[in-house]
Ligand binder design. Structure first.
Ligand code: PNS
Length: 163
């Protein structure tokens, strides 16, 4: 049986921390579907199409990984894709409460889908899309924190050259 995992998130934009989880996750699963939530209540810096473009560009050389977007409940999307796992990364203890709550809710909604957590690599413990966007907004050096195509998109979006 093919083991499919969904790696869900906002990916506004994808970071090297996300990529680290994807590259390690693909060793555990046959296929990973990176799933961007279409959230009408939350407008990001990038549109869902732009986020998908950046993910496609970033993931193009990683076999068995593809990006899609979804609306509604994550477990429903996972079931529709015949996935048996939800993959997430865990950074500091501060992530734990939210992730625990989400994992328990998802388990309540569908007991067939397991939440699987990978500890973030030490290098990425302090990074997040939000903090990288904030640093970029004020012209900070974000080299090594995001894939090159994301840095380029951030420069275009913010209208400034970064680091
Ligand atoms: O990158 P994020 O913003 O931490 O990702 C959060 C995400 C997309 C994983 C979460 O908000 C989600 O799964 N939303 C879909 C709606 C849903 O299924 N909610 C019930 C479980 S909490």
């Amino acid at each position: 049986m093919e083991r499919i995992a969904i790696y869900p998130g906002s990916f506004d934009p994808v970071t090297n921390g996300h990529l680290d989880i994807i590259k390690r996750g693909v060793k555990l699963f046959d296929t990973i579907i990176v799933a961007i939530l279409i959230n009408p209540r939350k407008t990001g810096l990038f549109t869902v199409e732009e986020r998908l473009d950046m993910l496609n560009e970033t993931l193009k050389d990683i076999p068995h990984v593809r990006a899609e977007s979804f609306e509604g409940l994550l477990v429903d999307f996972a079931a529709q894709k015949s996935a048996t796992a939800i993959l997430r990364g865990l950074r500091a203890v501060s992530d734990f409460e939210y992730e625990f709550q989400m994992a328990l809710m998802n388990r309540k909604l569908n007991r067939e889908i397991q939440s699987v957590y990978l500890m973030t690599g030490l290098r990425w413990i302090f990074t997040s899309s939000s903090i990288i966007k904030e640093a970029a907004l004020f012209g900070g050096d974000i080299n090594g924190m995001v894939p090159p195509c994301v840095k380029k998109r951030l420069e275009e979006k913010l209208g400034k050259k970064l680091g």
